[in-house]
Design a protein around this ligand. Structure first.
Ligand SMILES: *[C@@H]1O[C@H](CO)[C@@H](O)[C@H](O)[C@H]1NC(C)=O
Ligand SMILES: *[C@@H]1O[C@H](CO)[C@@H](O)[C@H](O)[C@H]1NC(C)=O
Ligand SMILES: *[C@@H]1O[C@H](CO)[C@@H](O)[C@H](O)[C@H]1NC(C)=O
Ligand SMILES: *[C@@H]1O[C@H](CO)[C@@H](O)[C@H](O)[C@H]1NC(C)=O
Ligand SMILES: *[C@@H]1O[C@H](CO)[C@@H](O)[C@H](O)[C@H]1NC(C)=O
Length: 336
């Protein structure tokens, strides 16, 4: 058991290292690679691990993904306006209008205040970090805290450059959407030099955080989706539970926990969720491999989550990572 858990942590770990390395590679470093010192780590973690911040920590992981996946890790998701709003620049015909934050893909974006707070705190220890640096540091420490210290990856120090472009139409054409097919998901990942293994690993982060109703409304069989989900795409018992939850007043503004484990013991029992090796005593928003166990039972929110079931390689990797049929072989394997 212990051995298995260790393997699983390592799986997520290596995937997150890959994200950081790839996203970092997409921007030219301002200076030679610098070191993320223990002092910086202590400073950033000191803020991120405060109990009152926990609610926003999944938002920090999402922020890294939503920033890096668009123009490389450049802080562009943080900008509310840019100097080029009204200027034609290079090949971009029209830069007027809102920034990435105005994209529907960035609905519910959070944790922005913590980025400022961390940057100020780093200044007090004489570290000038860019906004892009802080997005990377914050996500790293959020991952450490949410994984109960199991995921701790190496990261470069300050030196990333902040971008000055940010356009509301770009996240929508770069970030994978919640109703994408497997081929579309992989297409977007491949475009950013990620593999199918990375896709499965990073999807695992849907075990933390919240969603609004719209991204999964097509899964509720409310005549909203054309075509509606097929009988094998979502467990009917679970579907009934999340449909009931979604019918509560205020459903368009409230948020819903991504992970069935975080929906409460009644919802878990009513869905007839099979626990397998998932730690049901873990605090809300614990970053572990529970996503795979839920997905293999068709108990995940988004169609794009479920789509991982349709590919033999992706499905096999999820089976390995739930421990229901433990084999170590596919942990390091790459798709053909
Ligand atoms: C850029 O656009 C945003 C959103 O429309 C606006 O709030 C901001 O004032 C604009 N900035 C400039 C410099 O024009
Ligand atoms: C940080 O930046 C400020 C403003 O550019 C500069 O005055 C200061 O010397 C820098 N500090 C360090 C430690 O690089
Ligand atoms: C992401 O996938 C969608 C759907 O296939 C596609 O329209 C979009 O161009 C893709 N974006 C990138 C950057 O590959
Ligand atoms: C949202 O809630 C209202 C009533 O509170 C309900 O009529 C509506 O169908 C719900 N929407 C969905 C998608 O479940
Ligand atoms: C939903 O999951 C429960 C519990 O595993 C199972 O008994 C039931 O057959 C599933 N329903 C469908 C339609 O797959």
């Amino acid at each position: 058991m212990a051995k298995l858990n260790e393997k699983r942590s390592l799986f997520l770990l290596s995937a997150l290292v890959a994200v950081i390395a790839l996203l970092a590679a997409q921007v030219k470093p301002a200076v030679a690679a610098t070191v993320y010192t223990t002092e910086m780590e202590t400073c950033v973690r000191g803020i991120v691990e405060k109990p009152e911040k926990r609610i926003d920590l999944p938002g920090l992981v999402r922020l890294l993904f939503h920033d890096g996946f668009v123009r490389g890790l450049d802080g562009s998701v943080l900008l509310t306006s840019t100097p080029f709003n009204t200027t034609n620049f290079a090949t971009k015909a029209n830069l007027a209008g809102p920034t990435e934050q105005g994209s529907p893909s960035n609905g519910g974006i959070r944790g922005l205040g913590m980025i400022d707070e961390i940057r100020e705190a780093l200044k007090l220890i004489n570290v000038n970090a860019s906004c892009a640096d802080v997005v990377a540091f914050a996500a790293r420490e959020a991952t450490y805290v949410l994984s109960k210290t199991k995921i701790k990856y190496a990261i470069d120090g300050p030196g990333r450059l902040d971008g000055v472009f940010s356009m509301a139409d770009e996240p929508g054409s770069n970030l994978p959407g919640p109703s994408f097919t497997y081929a579309q998901l992989l297409g977007n990942f491949t475009a950013k030099k990620f593999t199918a293994t990375d896709l499965v690993a990073l999807s695992g982060a849907h075990c933390i955080g919240d969603t609004h109703l719209l991204p999964f409304a097509d899964r509720l069989n409310l005549a909203l989706a054309v075509p509606p989900p097929g009988p094998n795409e979502i467990n009917a018992t679970y579907q009934g539970v999340i449909r009931e939850e979604a019918a509560l007043p205020g459903n368009m503004t409230r948020s819903f926990k991504n992970n069935i484990r975080d929906m409460g013991s009644t919802a878990v029992a009513d869905s007839r969720y099979t626990v397998n090796e998932v730690d049901m005593t873990a605090p809300v928003d614990t970053l572990d491999n529970s996503f795979y166990n839920a997905n293999l039972q068709n108990m995940v929110r988004f169609k794009s989550d479920w789509e991982l079931r349709t590919n033999t390689f992706a499905r096999g990797l999820m089976v390995t990572c739930t421990g229901t049929t433990p084999t170590s072989s596919s942990l390091t394997s790459r798709p053909p």
